[in-house]
Design a protein around this ligand. Structure first.
Ligand code: ATP
Ligand code: MG
Length: 334
C-alpha cells in the first residue's frame, strides 16, 4: 500500500503523547480506516530516511498480539506511521473511564502482552522497551494488542540526550544504566498490570515531598542514552505539546510542572531503585496466583526475573488462557 498524506482524511483525534499525536484517518483510495501517528523528529534527512527504512521491519511483524502496520512516510518535518486502529483505545484510557479493571481481564492483558513480547523477541529479536497501559490497545472484537515497540536503532540513537522520554515504567536496572533486555519489559508489564488492577499508577502514593535526593546523580546519568518512549521515537526537541503532557503526568500523580518537574521524576526513579517493588495490595484482595505473577515480574534483580517466554508457563497465565471471561462483552460495557 503506497501511503500519501493527501490520501488520508482525518476523522478525529485518538490521543496525544510525548512525541506527537495519533489521528483516526480514512485512506480514501481504499476506504481503509487507520490510526496515523504523527511524530516530529529533529534529525538530518539521511537519518530520517534511515529511520523510515528501519520502520519497514514492522511489515514483517504479523501476530494477533501486535498492532498491524500499514506503512510509514515522511511528511516534513514529521514522520507519519500508519497502523491498525483499535476502537477501544488504550488501557490507560479504559481504566480511567471504568475504574479498576477486573483481575480476570487483567489476566488476559498479561497473557496478550507476554505473547506479543515473545513473538517480537523470538521472531525478530525485538525488545519492546516501552510497555505501559497506553501502549496496550483493545478493540470491540475483544482483541488485545501491543504497539509502539522499539524497531529502529536509529530512532533509539536520536533520543540519546533527552530526559523527557524517560518512562516511569522503567526497570531498576535500566534506571541504573544496565543493558536493556526482554526482562526490562517484564518489569514494565508488572507495573502496568498493578496499575490496571488498582485503577491507579502504583507509585503515586509513595512520592513524598521531602525525599532525600542526595545520592541520585550517579544513578541517573548512565541511564540517559537508552531512555526512550513510544516506538523509540524521540520527543521533539522543541516541544509543542507541553501542556498536554503536563496533564497526562498529573493524572499519574507525578507533577511535571515548572522547576519541580525534574525533581519529581528523579524522586520517582530513586524510589524505583531503592524502595520495595510495587505489589498487588492489599493482600488478599486479589487471587494468590495473580499476586505471585506480579511479584515475579517485580523482582529487582533481572537475573532472577523470568523472560516473557518463561512466564507463559506461569500458573496464573495458564489459568488466564483458559478463563472464560468474555472480553468482547466486557468492551461493550464502556
Ligand atoms: P507516550 O508518548 O509517552 O509513549 P502515549 O503512548 O499515550 O504516550 P502515543 O503513542 O502518541 O502516546 O499515543 C497517544 C494515544 O493515542 C494513546 O494513549 C492511545 O490511547 C491512542 N492510540 C495510539 N495508537 C492507537 C491505535 N492504533 N488505535 C487507537 N488508539 C491509539
Ligand atoms: Mg504510545
Amino acid at each position: 500500500l503506497d501511503l500519501r498524506n493527501e490520501d488520508l482524511k482525518e476523522l478525529r483525534e485518538l490521543g496525544q503523547g510525548n512525541g506527537g499525536s495519533v489521528k483516526l484517518v480514512e485512506h480514501i483510495p481504499t476506504g481503509k480506516i487507520m490510526a496515523k501517528k504523527i511524530v516530529l523528529i529533529d534529525a538530518k534527512p539521511a537519518v530520517r530516511k534511515q529511520i523510515l527504512r528501519e520502520l519497514q521491519i514492522m511489515h514483517d511483524c504479523n501476530s494477533k498480539y501486535i498492532i498491524s502496520f500499514w506503512g510509514a512516510y515522511l511528511a516534513e518535518p514529521n514522520i507519519c506511521i500508519c497502523m491498525e486502529a483499535m476502537d477501544n483505545g488504550s488501557f490507560d484510557g479504559i481504566y480511567k473511564k471504568t475504574g479498576a479493571i477486573d483481575i480476570d481481564i487483567v489476566g488476559k492483558v498479561a497473557l496478550a502482552v507476554l505473547e506479543g513480547l515473545t513473538y517480537l523477541y523470538d521472531k525478530h529479536r525485538i525488545i519492546h522497551r516501552d510497555i505501559k497501559p497506553s501502549n496496550i490497545l483493545c478493540n470491540s472484537a475483544g482483541e488485545i494488542k501491543i504497539c509502539d515497540f522499539g524497531v529502529s536503532g536509529e530512532l533509539i540513537n536520536s533520543i540519546a540526550d533527552t530526559f523527557v522520554g524517560t518512562s516511569t515504567y522503567m526497570s531498576p536496572e535500566r534506571i541504573q544504566g544496565a543493558q536493556y533486555t526482554v526482562k526490562s519489559d517484564v518489569w514494565s508489564l508488572g507495573v502496568s498490570l498493578i496499575e490496571l488492577a488498582l485503577g491507579r499508577f502504583p507509585f503515586s502514593e509513595s512520592l513524598s515531598d521531602d525525599s532525600d535526593l542526595s545520592d541520585l546523580e550517579g544513578t541517573l546519568s548512565p541511564a540517559r542514552p537508552g531512555s526512550m518512549n513510544s516506538l523509540g521515537l524521540p520527543p521533539p526537541r522543541k516541544r509543542n505539546s507541553a501542556a498536554a503532557k503536563k496533564d497526562k503526568r498529573k493524572s499519574k500523580g507525578v507533577s511535571l510542572q515548572g522547576g519541580g518537574m525534574t525533581m519529581s521524576i528523579l524522586e520517582l526513579l530513586q524510589h524505583i531503585v531503592n524502595e520495595p517493588a510495587p505489589r498487588l495490595t492489599p493482600e488478599g484482595r486479589f487471587p494468590e496466583q495473580a499476586e505471585a505473577f506480579v511479584d515475579s515480574c517485580s523482582l529487582k534483580d533481572p537475573d532472577q526475573r523470568k523472560s516473557p517466554k518463561e512466564l507463559l508457563n506461569d500458573e496464573w497465565i495458564i489459568y488466564s488462557r483458559t478463563s472464560d471471561v468474555d472480553l468482547q462483552a466486557w468492551t461493550s460495557t464502556f
